[in-house]
Design a protein around this ligand. Structure first.
Ligand code: BGC
Length: 455
């Protein structure tokens, strides 16, 4: 009992440190409230395990130890949201992805989603051509908020917009994804003016400006920076801006609230965060759901399966005993890449009512696992930036809903979004956990984590 109290106090302190870290940002801190809940659940499972012969099955361990004697390097590991890869070339880091035979990546199909976002914007322009060109100069002007020039999702989305609108130029066999600064005269070399034929008329499409939204401390995908940028852009060429495109909803909503809503300029984002979906009723142009409900499930499910020693497809492509199963229209598995990719869906004024709660678990995989067969296990999981809108307001709440169903006691660590060591410092004792879920600050940095597990 005494040891349990110590564990709970420790957990509360760690929860506080997560909250404190989040408060340095401008957005909601990562949810620390569920520590108590997790401990409570762990306690319940503990009772069920009370007659176990020794401490080995005592996964939640009042003394903080993981179950069994598995070496850290042999424990299940899942990378999520940031795929181990070279941030300049995009080449996958296969040694991180095959760290051991229980290693996987969970993300979503970045190119399919990027194409959807580009097409959504183009369709909007075509359907609203009578009112889109606000100053009637025949040029449809857009500005673009870029999340992180070294993040594959961000690169794909920038390319998707430029491809659909005809503003992309080729570089090394692909569409150039560099930010251009300002380009109101159309002279930038990293983009070109595109043309769209609509109703027998030819329109020019111009990327008026684009910028990586990185703050002075180094945090990328930074919503506040995007809000400032639209302020600067609109005060110098606001009349020319007909569309705002953003690599994500966090930055998109910041621009929408700062300027686009009042000026009836549609903003298009990505992630289908609840606030962005709600804003569609007020003129937000649209967003893309990357099926975070499926990704969060997969993130924890692959760990669960590896811990239980069952086929990795259990409860994924093949129904488990509780009846959890995913259909193949919501994810793909690439075995060679050891990667699960959720599929994206466009969310517009036509269907947004179906997406209003981004933290709702996906019904086909919502059934509780039997604790006798899938006993409680401890998982160390980090979110690279406790202030990232998508990860903190959508992904983490979903993980917290699934961890109970999957009988996993998850320790959530929130990073500062800038330094890997801020996170790795909090993986000081991997021996206390049965499995790991990692969201790196930079996709190149997998080795800083695997080095700790190899020790
Ligand atoms: C999300 C972004 C998020 C980023 C963080 C992306 O997949 O769409 O909203 O900021 O991941 O890594």
């Amino acid at each position: 009992m005494k040891r349990k109290l110590v564990a709970m106090t420790l957990a509360a302190v760690m929860g506080l440190s997560v909250a404190a870290c989040g408060s340095s940002g401008d957005d909601k801190p990562a949810n620390d409230g569920n520590k108590t809940e997790d401990n409570k659940d762990a306690g319940a499972t503990n009772d069920e395990n009370a007659d176990a012969p020794d401490d080995a099955g005592d996964a939640e361990g009042d003394d903080g130890a993981a179950s069994g004697d598995v070496a850290n390097k042999d424990k299940p590991l899942v990378w999520f949201n940031r795929q181990p890869s070279n941030s300049s070339t995009g080449e996958l880091d296969m040694s991180a992805l095959t760290f051991n035979d229980k290693t996987y990546y969970v993300g979503f199909d970045a190119n399919q989603g990027a194409d959807l976002q580009g097409t959504m914007v183009k369709d909007y322009i075509e359907a609203n051509i009578d009112k889109i060109d606000r100053n009637g100069d025949g040029v449809i002007g857009y500005v673009l908020a870029i999340g992180d020039i070294g993040h594959n999702d961000s690169i794909a989305r920038t390319r998707g917009i430029r491809k659909a609108l005809g503003t992309g130029v080729e570089k090394d066999g692909n569409i150039n994804s560099d930010p251009i600064g300002t380009n109101t005269d159309g002279s930038a070399s990293a983009v070109q003016d595109g043309t769209l034929e609509i109703g027998g008329k030819t329109y020019t499409v111009r990327e008026l400006a684009s910028q990586e939204m990185k703050n002075s401390a180094g945090a990328t995908w930074d919503a506040a920076t995007a809000g400032n940028a639209i302020g600067t852009w609109s005060s110098s060429f606001g009349e020319e801006i007909d569309i705002i495109a953003s690599n994500n909803d966090g930055m998109g909503m910041s621009m929408f609230n700062a300027w686009s809503k009042d000026n009836n300029v549609p903003t298009f984002g990505y992630d289908a965060n609840s606030d962005a979906v709600a804003a569609i009723a007020e003129g937000y142009g649209g967003t893309i759901s990357q099926h975070a409900d499926v990704q969060a499930y997969l993130t924890l499910r692959v760990l669960r399966n590896a811990l239980d020693g069952v086929d990795i497809d259990t409860g994924i492509g093949t129904a488990d005993e509780a009846g959890n199963v995913l259909s193949d229209d919501v994810f793909v598995y690439n075995e060679e890449q050891r990667s699960y990719y959720a599929l994206n869906v466009a969310v517009t004024s036509e269907n947004y009512q179906d997406f209003t709660d981004s933290t709702k678990i996906y019904e086909p995989v919502s059934k509780q696992l039997d604790a006798a067969k899938s006993p409680s296990k401890k998982v160390w999981l980090n979110i690279y930036n406790a202030s990232d809108n998508f990860l903190s307001s959508t992904y983490q709440p979903l993980l917290q809903n699934y961890d109970d169903i999957l009988n996993l006691e998850v320790e959530y660590i929130g990073g500062d979004g800038q330094t890997e060591s801020n996170i790795t410092n909090r993986l000081g004792n991997p021996g206390q956990y049965d499995a790991f879920a990692i969201n790196m600050v930079k996709t190149d940095n997998a080795a800083s984590y695997t080095a700790l597990l190899n020790q």
